[in-house]
Design a protein around this ligand. Structure first.
Ligand SMILES: NC(=O)c1ccc[n+]([C@@H]2O[C@H](COP(=O)([O-])OP(=O)(O)OC[C@H]3O[C@@H](n4cnc5c(N)ncnc54)[C@H](OP(=O)(O)O)[C@@H]3O)[C@@H](O)[C@H]2O)c1
Length: 248
């Protein structure tokens, strides 16, 4: 039986490596990407490595592509086993580094992709996830969304002050918890992954972990057994060089 995984923003970075690692486990990966050329190239690269990979055009801020992708997956596969909401943007407008100079427009832009996009995609494919035997939803979040981490004066995140990206991940954490609760009795597990600080285009390749390492927590949560947790933020623990649950 085919196990399928849809990964948004899978043409590069952590999303691409997630697709690669899931494919290596024999899972058919649906490579979501907003740019057809980049998405097709990523799917072909995975295919050349022996993966069952298909490009799916998916801009998480574009209703039409979301509905089209969900309909296509339904027609091709009938159900969906794994949804990885990975696509995100950092924002990074000039004023975004301090609350006092943040524009509502840049905040809106970041939330449109990092939060609203996740809900739009999840709701569109939820009927397909419900048809799978034991579906998993992984929302790729971040330690910078952790309120506890952000307020730790001795922690690595204390110097950060920007609102848009961190608050989008805090919102995503709550979104994760709410889906976990709604789907509690269905067998569908919903968790948030923390990749750790990885070198990708999102941060000008400044991270100290590789994108492939960043994909590991997502793959763990996407392949949880029946007795695994739901409603957790789980992944890289900064300073401990280990994986585990993080405080919200
Ligand atoms: N890198 C880190 O240190 C780090 C740490 C914690 C969490 N994360 C999270 O990890 C995830 C992956 O990030 P990354 O570091 O791999 O960044 P990345 O290399 O910049 O990749 C982001 C991906 O999201 C896609 N994307 C952006 N907006 C989209 C939209 N509207 N619709 C569909 N796809 C869209 C991008 O597509 P295009 O190529 O078309 O732009 C790209 O494929 C994100 O959720 C990020 O917040 C990253």
């Amino acid at each position: 039986m085919t196990t399928t995984a849809l990964i948004t923003g899978a043409n590069k970075g952590i999303g691409f490596e997630t697709a690669r690692l899931l494919a290596a486990r024999g899972i058919t990966v649906l490579v979501g990407a907003r740019d057809p050329k980049l998405g097709q190239a990523a799917a072909e690269k995975l295919h050349a490595e022996g993966a069952q990979a298909h490009f799916v055009r998916l801009d998480v801020t574009d209703r039409e592509t979301i509905d089209h992708a969900a309909a296509w997956i339904g027609e091709e596969f009938g159900s969906l086993d794994i949804l990885v909401n990975n696509a995100a943007i950092a924002g990074g407008d000039e004023g975004d580094w301090k609350p006092s100079t943040t524009s509502v427009a840049s905040l809106r832009k970041v939330f449109e992709t990092n939060v609203f996009g996740v809900i739009a995609v999840t709701n569109a494919v939820l009927p397909l996830l419900r048809r799978a035997e034991a579906a998993r939803i992984v929302n790729v979040s971040s330690e910078v969304g952790s309120l506890a981490g952000m307020m730790d004066r001795n922690g690595p995140m204390w110097p950060m002050t920007g609102i848009p990206y961190p608050s989008s991940k805090t919102a995503l954490n709550m979104v994760t918890v709410m889906y976990a609760k709604e789907l509690w009795d269905t067998g569908i597990k919903v968790n948030a992954a923390n990749p750790g600080y990885c070198a990708t285009d999102l941060n000008g390749n400044s991270g100290f972990r590789a994108a492939e390492q960043g994909a590991e927590p997502t793959v763990h949560l996407a392949t949880l057994p029946a007795d695994g947790p739901s409603g957790q933020l789980w992944g890289y623990l900064w300073g401990q060089d280990a994986y585990g649950p993080l405080s919200w």
